[in-house]
Design a protein around this ligand. Structure first.
Ligand code: TYD
Ligand code: MG
Length: 463
C-alpha cells in the first residue's frame, strides 16, 4: 500500500523539502513552497530516460543506429522553426497566452501529418471532443482521410494517455495542455508543479522509448513565462512560443530552445477565418499603412534570426505637468526607452523631462535587438519636433551612452530587404572597414552620432 506523505514543493523550480520555509533554498524565490501530498508508488519503469546501462561508444559512431528521422508537418513556417520537421521521439512544448492560437495551430499540424499518411492521437484536457471537432470543421479538416486519421480523446490521466499512445503508436501525440493532465499517483491538483513535472516526465519516457513525437501545450503566466516549474523547459527538447497581439491577426512563432535545430528562425502567421495561414511576404507584414509620413513613426529593418523584417516603431510624446512623467513601452524594452530618453536629453538636445513618452511596435511584435535604439530615438525626436522622417527612410543602429552610434550585424541583408520593399534611404551608423553596403536605389546615409542622425532624418531640417 502506498504511503501518503506531505512535502513542500517549490512552484518555481520544483525542489521539494520536508518543512515549510519562506524562501526556496534551491532557486531563492520567496513564498513559492506549497504543501503537496505525494503518494510514492514504486515506479515499475524508473529507468533513465536515455537508456539504462548503456556502454560508452566513440563519438564518431554514437547513435549511428538511430539516425534522426524528421517528419515535416506540412506547414512551411513551422517546419522552418523546427529546423525541417518534427524529429521522431522528440518532446516539444508549445507555449503562448490563452486564445493566441495554440490549439488551432496544433490541429492544423495534426492535419498536415495526417495528409502525409500519419495517424495522430490528440488528447484534450481543456476542451471536449465536440469542441475540438467544431474547431476542425471550422478549419475544414473533418473530411474523410484527414478527419479519420486524427483520433481525439478527452482525457486528463497521463497514464491513460501514454497507454493509448503505446497501443496506437501514432505518428504524433498532441497533449493540450500539460496543465490539465495529472498522474493518478500524485495527489496534487492538475497544473501544480509536481503534476506538471510528472506528466512531462512520463510523456518524455513515452517519446524516447517508443519514438513518438509528442507536442505539449503549455500556458504562460501574466509575466510571459511558461506556467509550471522552470525545469519544464530543461526537460523538453524544443520550446516554441506563439506571440502576437490577440486582437490583431499576426502571430510570430519562435523557438527559444531547439535540440535539433537553430533557435534563430521565426515563423510568421496570420490568424484568419480558417485558422492560421502563412504570411506570403513576412518582411512587410508588420509595417503599418500610412497615406503620408507621420511624425513619430520610423521604419526599422530588424533581423529576427536570419530573417529580415521591417517593423514600424511608433512614439508619442505629450507635455505633462506631472512630477514624474510616464514612460510606457510596448514591444520594446522599457529600460532601453528610459535610457534613450536620457541620452536624447543630454546629447541631442531633445528634452523629454516634462513629457509623457509612449513607444510601441506596430503589429504586436516584441523586439529586443539593440539595433532598435536608433529608430526608437528618431521616433521620439520626430514626435517631439512634430516633423515626420524624410519619406522612404529606414533607420537601424545601437545608441551608446555618449550619443554615439554603433553598427549592427547583417546590415547588408537588412538593407537589401528595405530596398526590395521600396525604401529609398537608410540612416545607419558610420563604420570603418565594412564592406560596401551600397545598393542600387537605396541612398545610404552614414552618421556618427545620434544628434547627426536626427539632423539628417527629420523632414524639413537642414541637412
Ligand atoms: P485557440 O487555438 O483556441 O487558442 P489557444 O489554444 O492558444 O487558447 O484560438 C483561439 C482564438 O483564435 C479564438 O479567439 C478564435 C480565433 N480563431 C480564429 O480567428 N480563426 C479560426 O479559424 C480559429 C479556429 C480560431
Ligand atoms: Mg487551446
Amino acid at each position: 500500500m502506498a504511503r501518503a506523505q506531505s512535502r513542500y514543493v517549490c512552484q518555481s523550480c520544483g525542489a521539494s523539502v520536508l518543512r515549510w520555509e519562506g524562501q526556496c533554498r534551491t532557486c531563492g524565490e520567496w513564498n513559492t513552497l506549497v504543501e503537496t501530498v505525494v503518494r510514492e508508488t514504486p515506479r515499475a519503469n524508473s529507468r533513465s530516460v536515455v537508456t539504462a546501462g548503456a556502454d560508452p561508444v566513440p563519438l564518431t559512431h554514437a547513435g549511428e543506429a538511430d539516425a534522426e528521422v524528421r517528419r515535416p508537418v506540412g506547414i512551411g513556417e513551422l517546419d522552418r522553426v523546427l529546423g525541417g520537421g518534427l524529429v521522431a521521439g522528440s518532446l516539444v512544448l508549445l507555449g503562448g497566452e490563452p486564445g493566441i492560437g495554440k490549439s488551432t495551430l496544433l490541429l492544423q499540424v495534426a492535419a498536415g501529418v495526417a495528409a502525409a499518411g500519419g495517424e495522430i492521437l490528440y488528447a484534450t484536457g481543456e476542451e471536449s471532443a465536440t469542441q475540438v471537432r467544431l474547431r476542425a470543421s471550422r478549419l475544414g479538416l473533418t473530411g474523410a482521410p484527414v478527419g479519420d486519421a486524427i483520433r481525439v480523446v478527452a482525457e486528463t490521466g497521463v497514464g491513460r494517455i501514454t497507454e493509448l499512445a503505446r497501443g496506437a503508436r501514432p505518428a504524433l501525440l498532441v497533449v493540450d495542455s500539460v496543465q490539465t493532465v495529472a498522474s493518478e499517483e500524485l495527489d496534487g491538483p492538475p497544473g501544480s508543479v509536481g503534476q506538471v513535472r510528472e506528466a512531462t516526465l512520463r510523456l518524455m519516457e513515452l517519446a524516447k522509448a517508443d519514438d513518438i513525437p509528442v507536442v505539449l501545450v503549455g500556458h504562460v503566466t501574466k509575466d510571459g513565462t511558461l506556467a509550471g516549474p522552470k525545469t519544464l523547459e530543461h526537460l523538453v527538447d524544443v520550446v516554441l512560443a506563439i506571440e502576437g497581439d490577440r486582437t490583431g491577426g499576426l502571430r510570430l512563432l519562435r523557438a527559444s530552445k531547439n535540440r535539433y535545430g537553430s533557435t534563430e528562425e521565426v515563423g510568421v502567421f496570420e490568424m484568419g477565418d480558417r485558422g492560421l495561414t502563412e504570411v506570403a511576404d513576412p518582411a512587410r507584414a508588420f509595417l503599418a499603412e500610412h497615406d503620408a509620413p507621420a511624425p513619430g513613426s520610423v521604419v526599422a529593418p530588424i533581423l529576427e534570426g536570419s530573417r529580415p523584417l521591417l517593423v514600424e516603431v511608433q512614439a508619442l510624446v505629450a507635455p505633462t505637468s506631472a512630477p514624474s512623467p510616464r514612460r510606457t513601452a510596448s514591444g520594446v524594452d522599457p529600460n532601453r526607452l528610459a535610457l534613450l530618453v536620457a541620452v536624447l536629453g543630454r546629447r541631442a538636445g531633445i528634452a523629454l523631462g516634462s513629457h509623457d513618452v509612449y513607444a510601441n511596435l506596430a503589429g504586436g511584435l516584441s523586439v529586443t535587438e539593440p539595433g532598435l535604439d536608433l529608430p526608437l530615438a528618431l521616433a521620439l525626436a520626430s514626435s517631439l519636433r512634430d516633423r515626420p522622417l524624410v519619406a522612404g527612410t529606414v533607420a537601424i543602429g545601437e545608441v551608446g551612452l555618449l550619443g554615439e552610434l554603433r553598427g549592427v550585424g547583417g546590415l547588408d541583408r537588412r538593407l537589401r530587404e528595405a530596398a526590395r520593399l521600396g525604401f529609398s534611404r537608410a540612416v545607419v551608423p558610420r563604420s570603418r572597414g565594412r564592406g560596401d553596403s551600397r545598393l542600387p536605389g537605396l541612398d545610404l546615409v552614414e552618421v556618427g552620432s545620434l544628434a547627426d542622425a536626427i539632423r539628417v532624418s527629420l523632414a524639413g531640417a537642414l541637412t
